[in-house]
Design a binder for this molecule. Structure first.
Ligand SMILES: Nc1ncnc2c1ncn2[C@@H]1O[C@H](COP(=O)(O)OP(=O)(O)OP(=O)(O)O)[C@@H](O)[C@H]1O
Length: 250
């Protein structure tokens, strides 16, 4: 059974506005590292954001870990979101907080309100955070403020924070587009390594096609709200790419 199944997904941001997703279908398996590519405006971010209901679908079904995401509310939706790790383009760190506290904040969904207020994280959480910071190469930056770090280092904090949740799927929304090409490659390689180590499937919106082909085992190609390609990266030919990007105005 797939970890995630998306059926006939349609989105409009406003009742009378344009349809942004026009009936998208795909499934993600537990060993997938799947890229969503396509020209600007194709709906890649919208698609990723529907999965945890940051964007509300207008029609269709999203089945994640066997649960119908669109039918959940309140505590059920919160519990489902805890199982999803997100990594964002702009890192979404709290600048004035330390690297350690940013990583620990990944546990907030699990820690009771009073505990998080007094930063009384259980010892195992602190040990896990330290271990993850070591894995992402930031063991010497634990006590620094987040805004003292470079872009690549900040995204490494974002990766550690997402893994702190012990997620069962990772959703990545343009995780490298604020980074230069060399750093982007090292960040993607790190995400790939950790996703394999922790056995977490990944769905990743990425606009650097070359990087997607290098890092991901599977590609979903989007164009103007439709899925135009879905298959292993190694099967993607130049004609497929040309078809996906045909409408892009350069
Ligand atoms: N909150 C919003 N309200 C209204 N329209 C939106 C909103 N977010 C996105 N859109 C529109 O939806 C369309 C698809 O946007 P989306 O960000 O999903 O595309 P994308 O493929 O990720 O593009 P890019 O690569 O440029 O980030 C665009 O036309 C955009 O203007």
């Amino acid at each position: 059974m797939p970890v995630l199944e998306v059926r006939n997904l349609k989105v409009r941001y406003a009742a009378t506005g344009p349809q942004i997703l026009k009936g998208v279908e795909f499934a993600v398996d537990d060993s997938d590292f799947c890229a969503v590519i396509g020209p600007s405006g194709a709906g890649k971010s919208t698609l990723i954001r529907c999965i945890n209901r940051l964007v509300e679908p207008s029609e269709g079904e999203i089945i994640l870990f066997g649960q119908h995401v669109c039918r959940l509310a309140g505590g059920d939706l919160r519990r489902l979101r805890r199982r999803i790790g997100m990594i964002f383009q702009e890192f979404n760190l709290v600048n004035r907080m330390s690297v350690m506290d940013n990583v620990l904040s990944g546990r907030l969904g699990y820690t009771g309100a009073w505990r998080s207020l007094f930063k009384a994280f259980p010892r195992e959480d602190i040990e896990r955070a330290l271990h993850l910071l070591e894995r992402v190469g930031l063991q010497d930056h634990v006590d620094k403020r987040a805004d003292e770090l470079s872009g690549g280092q900040r995204q490494r904090v974002g990766i550690a924070r997402a893994l702190m949740q012990q997620p069962e799927i990772l959703l990545l929304d343009e995780p490298t587009s604020a980074l230069d090409p060399k750093i982007s490659r090292s960040v993607m390689a790190l995400i790939k390594e950790l996703a394999e180590e922790f056995k977490v499937p990944v769905l990743c919106n990425i606009h650097d096609v070359q990087l997607a082909l290098e890092s991901c085992n599977r590609i979903i190609g989007m164009q103007d709200g439709y899925k135009k390609f879905d298959g292993p990266s190694r099967d993607m030919r130049k004609e497929d790419l040309d078809a996906i990007y045909a409408m892009e105005v350069l």
